[in-house]
Ligand binder design. Structure first.
Ligand code: IMP
Ligand code: MG
Length: 176
């Protein structure tokens, strides 16, 4: 069993301040379309997209699941929602909540690679480099964190805690 820590790892204020600087960097990329990975990426993506206020920016949404629940994924990646997205000749920004093992973002980039994009960049709120197994780094990342399971600001533990405005760690509950 896990339970939420008593103090946030990253406060809402720290997130908001980082969004302003990261948003400027991301806006400078000048993407044509943002592809958001649901569900975890939705809050972060909304906040970043508000900082790329250009008239022609298109939004698309995909799901990536590795049949995991709890704190471990199974590694069997399934991506849905790509069928109706046209990225030919476009600069694409893929937004997800976290780069953990990197398998999800690696798989998404591979799936997008054959679809004719002009350029593909990736953006995550959190980067957990200690867990990386796939050969991938994020082009834009909000915060580097240590190897802890985190929730809030879109990230969940078995579906819970997504709407908390801060990032919290989940700690092993020893029953005491
Ligand atoms: P990956 O290991 O980089 O493929 O990450 C897969 C997915 O697992 C991410 O998109 C997140 O949705 C989820 N995930 C990874 N680490 C955490 C975490 O610490 N908290 C909540 N979800 C996580
Ligand atoms: Mg996810």
């Amino acid at each position: 069993m896990y339970r939420k820590s008593s103090k946030p790892l990253i406060s809402a204020r720290e997130i908001n301040e980082r969004l302003d600087t990261l948003g400027k960097d991301v806006a400078a990329f000048g993407c044509d379309i943002v592809i958001t990975v649901l569900s975890g990426g939705f809050i972060f993506s909304a906040d970043i997209c508000k900082r790329i206020a250009t008239p022609k920016l298109q939004l698309a949404f995909i799901r990536a699941s590795s049949y995991g629940s709890g704190t471990e994924s199974s590694g069997n990646l399934k991506i849905t929602g790509l069928e109706n997205i046209d990225i030919r000749g476009k600069k694409v920004l893929v937004i997800d909540d976290i780069l953990d093992t990197g398998n999800t973002m690696f798989g998404i980039k591979q799936a997008l690679a054959g679809m004719g994009a002009k350029e593909i960049k990736t953006c995550v709120l959190l980067d957990k480099p200690a867990r990386r197994t796939a050969d991938i780094t994020a082009d834009f990342a909000g915060f580097e964190i240590e190897n802890k399971f985190v929730v809030g600001y879109g990230l969940d533990y078995a579906g819970d805690y997504r709407t908390f405005p801060e990032i919290w760690t989940m700690e092993e509950d020893d029953g005491k």
